[in-house]
Design a protein around this ligand. Structure first.
Ligand code: 3PG
Length: 319
């Protein structure tokens, strides 16, 4: 069997694939047309990607050999799953493997925004001392965290919030209220209750049409000035112009790991309107990018590929 891997992937998992007799081609430059060409030239049975887009041209280029696309990660909105299904290509992901890494980043954002660590560091670099200014930070014990989405990641954020003695309000129409309550959250069926009553709000829902613009002008209008919205899920969930407006005009604060038009490459120049807004802290879509997560994702992607290669079993199919 031939496997083409086109995004950063665990070296250990690749060695294990090779040890199992699988031919592995690893080329992280294959994006867009280059990926289309790479699929035509190599004809793999399995394609492994992270955020690299897999759309109709790539699926057609891989036909008829391509049988499986493995999304080494959780979100698969970069893959045309319906077109894949029509072509009998299974799309599989590795759910939950990056959940800890994302939950940890959320707490990085909560602590940074509460204590203004980004400003502390910047001022110090500029040779300024501002102990008095930053003594006015509130502290997060007893503050209220709103969780939108209580899947693998939301649950881990909730566990960590309890350790910080935060109050938690959770919204997830797909999870039984009892599950969320057992984890220590108060449950609401009204997303605006989260908007209006939380100091920090963090979003853990998938991308796609159903969640597009979930955080829109109406939602942001209900948030209190000074409260913080954190998006480590998908850019489409937040109406970006509305967010900029509410941050600029009403003192809402935001921390985002995802944004529109993110580069496909790992390094390079990138300008985005968020970069002009001091109240929006941005990280570089690193939620799932820790050594631990990469290893866990690699192990699970390995299991998906080996199960298919050795037993014809398809794990974690999403289409
Ligand atoms: C995911 O959906 O798994 C995360 O957004 C991570 O994406 P990445 O694999 O491109 O880092």
């Amino acid at each position: 069997m031939k496997v083409l891997i086109v995004d950063t992937f665990s070296a250990k998992a690749m060695d294990e694939l090779k040890a199992a007799g699988i031919e592995v081609i690893y080329d992280t430059k294959m994006k867009g047309d280059l990926l289309t060409e790479g699929l035509k030239a190599n004809k793999p049975e399995v394609l492994v990607v992270r955020s690299t887009k897999v759309q109709v041209p790539q699926l057609d280029a891989g036909a008829p050999e391509l049988k499986m696309v493995v999304r080494a990660g959780s979100g698969y909105d970069t893959i045309d799953t319906a077109a894949a299904k029509e072509r009998n290509v299974a799309v599989c992901n590795t759910p939950g493997m990056n959940a800890t890494a994302v939950a940890e980043l959320v707490f990085g954002f909560i602590l940074t925004s509460d204590r203004y660590l980004h400003e502390n560091i910047q001022l110090f670099r500029e040779g300024k001392w501002a102990k008095g200014k930053y003594a006015k930070c509130h502290g997060i014990k007893g503050s209220t965290l709103g969780l939108i989405g209580f899947g693998n990641i939301g649950k881990l954020v909730c566990d960590r919030a309890r350790a910080f003695e935060m109050n938690i309000i959770a919204y997830d129409p797909f999870i039984p209220a009892a599950t969320m309550e057992a984890a220590g959250a108060k449950v609401t069926t009204d997303i605006y209750e989260i908007a209006a009553n939380c100091d920090f709000i963090t979003i853990h829902v998938p991308g796609g049409e159903k969640t597009k613009g979930m955080v829109n002008d109406a939602f942001l209008s209900k948030m209190r000035p000074g409260s913080v919205i954190i998006n480590t899920s998908r850019a489409t969930i937040i109406d970006e112009p509305a967010l900029i407006k509410h941050v600029t005009e009403r003192g809402i604060r935001a921390c985002v790991d995802v944004m529109s038009n993110e580069p496909a490459e790992k390094e390079g120049e990138f300008k985005h309107p968020f970069g002009e807004v001091p109240g929006i802290l941005v990280s570089h879509h690193i939620g799932a990018s820790t050594v631990q997560a990469e290893s866990a994702i690699g192990e699970e992607a390995l299991r998906v590929v080996l199960s298919f290669a050795q037993k014809g079993e398809i794990l974690h199919r999403v289409n």
